[in-house]
Design a protein around this ligand. Structure first.
Ligand code: ZN
Length: 329
């Protein structure tokens, strides 16, 4: 099982203070602390310092921009003018996020005056530190949920944030339902075939329509109501490739805030190797030996015959771990 820190966007270090954040007086006290910091978000992009110019290698490690709470004026006041949430304590220091998507250019200008930029997490996830990657993913997932849940799904009335941004309550007094931040479970699985004749072990990798033409990855899919994680693994592999699997074992999980998934990683063993592709989902699926996968190029390498998945994905973690294990044996 890979260590949690080796999975990007996992391994967050903040103390979420789940009980304390329900107390408005405590949250007000935290907002007023001189060491309180805000990590801003704008239209799903995170504010990052030290980004290298497009197409150039980075000399320094970019980092999440963390600004003081601006209680006097401006858009970092956490006064309700813009949606905000408490993320957790970094040691003693409270860390907040604010979604400034609706701010004017003039309001935004001070945030980027020092060279910070709003960047898509997929562009910066592998450049920042592991703990910054976890904070940026957490902020993006939480504020994305707020933006998509401004109305009650039961009665249609407006909802309002509670618990420092960790719950929304319906404002209709006859309804008053509590809505909690949503995470959608998805399974992602490395399917292995172990030939009975002693031939090398092989992994099932697939290319889907949405990926670059040479990129091959593990199979994945959302968990449906009424099934377990293991059942979802077996169903998805069967539906997409016609392969039956057993021995489904957990490998690790990855927060995946694009927009709100949790990728739950497994290995599974194929009972046979005949492939029947579901053409609506996949262009291609093939068995590869570890030696073959070791020859794959990086994501985006147009000269490579086959490309690995992106380095920030748990698919890549699962594949790298399997290749290393098979080549070591
Ligand atoms: Zn309602």
């Amino acid at each position: 099982v890979p260590d949690a820190p080796s999975i990007r966007y996992a391994g967050g270090q903040l103390d979420r203070a789940g009980d304390l954040r329900k107390d408005p007086a405590w949250v007000t006290e935290m907002r007023a602390r001189s060491d309180a910091r805000v990590v801003p978000l704008w239209r799903d992009k995170n504010l990052v310092l030290g980004m290298p110019p497009e197409g150039e290698p980075s000399h320094d490690t970019p980092c999440a921009a963390r600004y003081p709470v601006d209680a006097q004026s401006g858009i970092l006041a956490l006064d309700g003018a813009f949606p905000w949430a408490f993320l957790g304590l970094d040691g003693e220091a409270p860390i907040f996020t604010v979604d400034v998507s609706d701010a004017s250019d003039a309001q935004l200008a001070p945030l980027t005056a020092n060279g910070a930029e709003f960047v898509d997490l997929r562009k910066v996830g592998m450049l920042v530190s592991a703990s910054d990657a976890a904070v940026l993913a957490y902020a993006r997932a939480l504020m994305g949920w707020h933006r998509r849940h401004r109305y009650c799904g039961a009665c249609g009335a407006a909802t309002e944030p509670c618990y420092a941004g960790h719950m929304r309550r319906c404002t209709n007094p006859d309804c008053h339902i509590e809505h909690f931040p949503r995470t959608d479970p998805a399974v992602i699985m490395l399917v292995e075939h172990r030939p009975a004749n002693g031939a090398p072990r092989r992994v099932l990798l697939a290319h889907n329509h949405r990926s670059p033409v040479r990129a091959f990855s593990t199979l994945a899919g959302f968990v449906e109501p009424g099934e377990t994680l293991e059942e979802a693994v077996a169903r998805e592999v069967w539906e997409e490739t016609g392969v039956r699997v057993s021995d489904v074992t957990y490998q690790g999980a990855q927060p995946w805030p694009f927009p709100s998934s949790l990728m739950i990683g497994f290995r599974a063993v194929a009972e046979s190797d005949a492939i029947a592709i579901d053409r609506e989902e996949l262009d291609d699926a093939q068995w590869f030996t570890a030696a073959e996968v070791a020859q794959f190029g990086e994501w985006g390498d147009e000269t490579a015959r086959f490309q690995l998945p992106r380095r920030d994905s748990i698919a890549r973690t699962l594949i790298d771990a399997w290749v290393a294990e098979v080549l070591r044996d």
